[in-house]
Design a protein around this ligand. Sequence first.
Ligand code: APR
Length: 230
Amino acid sequence: MEKLVVLSGAGISAESGIKTFRDSDGLWENYPVEEVATADSWYSYGRKALMLDFYNQRRRQLRDAAPNLAHKTVADLEKYFDVTVATQNIDNLHERAGSTNVIHLHGELTKARGEYSDYYTAQDIGYQDILIGSKTAKGEQLRPHIVWFGEAVPELDKAARAVGNADILVIVGTSLAVYPAAGLVHYTKTGCRVYLIDPKDVSSSVRFTHIKEKATVGMQQLRNQLIKTI
Ligand code: APR
C-alpha cells in the first residue's frame, strides 16, 4: 500500500462549525492570542482562569460538533492507503470520523495534565471543564494538554518521519503560517505527490497541485482521483 500523509489545519473543521484562527471572524480576531495561547500567559502572568475558560468554551463547542464529510473522507482513505494524519487541530474530529492513526502536533482539547508534569502524562478528560482547583492525583493544578506558543512540539519528529516516507502528501485547511508544523511540507522525499486543498491561495515554497475547494468538496474530488490510480 502506498503511504499517504494528511497534514490538516483548522480549515478541515470549519464545515463542522469550528472557527479557524486567521479567517475573517476567526478565533484570533476575537481573542488576544498572547493572553489565551502562550506558555508565558499561564506560567508568568498567571492568566490561568482566563485560559481555562477559553479552552472550556472550545471543549463544550467540540462536544456539540460533529465530523464533516472531509474528516470522513480522510478516514475512508485508510481502505486504499497506509494513512497517517498529522493534524494541527486540537479537536478529535478526525478520530470521531474513524481515522486510526492521528498525530496531534498542537495537543488535544479532550486531554489534561499537571501544569508541571511531562507532556506524556496527559489523561483523557472528555468534554469536562478544567477549573482552578482541578488537580491531578498528586495535587497539581491541571492545565489543557495544548501546545502553547513558546512550547516545544513533542510529536514533530514523528510527523516529520511520516512525511519523509510519504508517497502522497495532502495538505488541507491550513494557512501554513505556524512553524514548526508548517515546515513539515519540506520533509517530502523526491517523487512525493503533494496536493493542497483550500478555497484560498496558500503561499509555500513547496510545489503542489492546488485543489481550490472547501475541504468537503476537495477531499472527495482528490479521493476519487487517487483511487483511480491504484
Ligand atoms: N475548507 C478548507 N480550507 C478552509 C476552509 C474550508 N471550508 N475554510 C477555511 N479554510 C482555510 C483558510 O483559507 C486557511 O488557509 O483553512 C486555513 C485556516 O488557516 P488558520 O486559521 O491559520 O488555521 P491553521 O493553519 O490550522 O493554524 C495553524 O495556528 O494559532 C495556531 O495552534 C493554532 O494549530 C493552529 C495553527
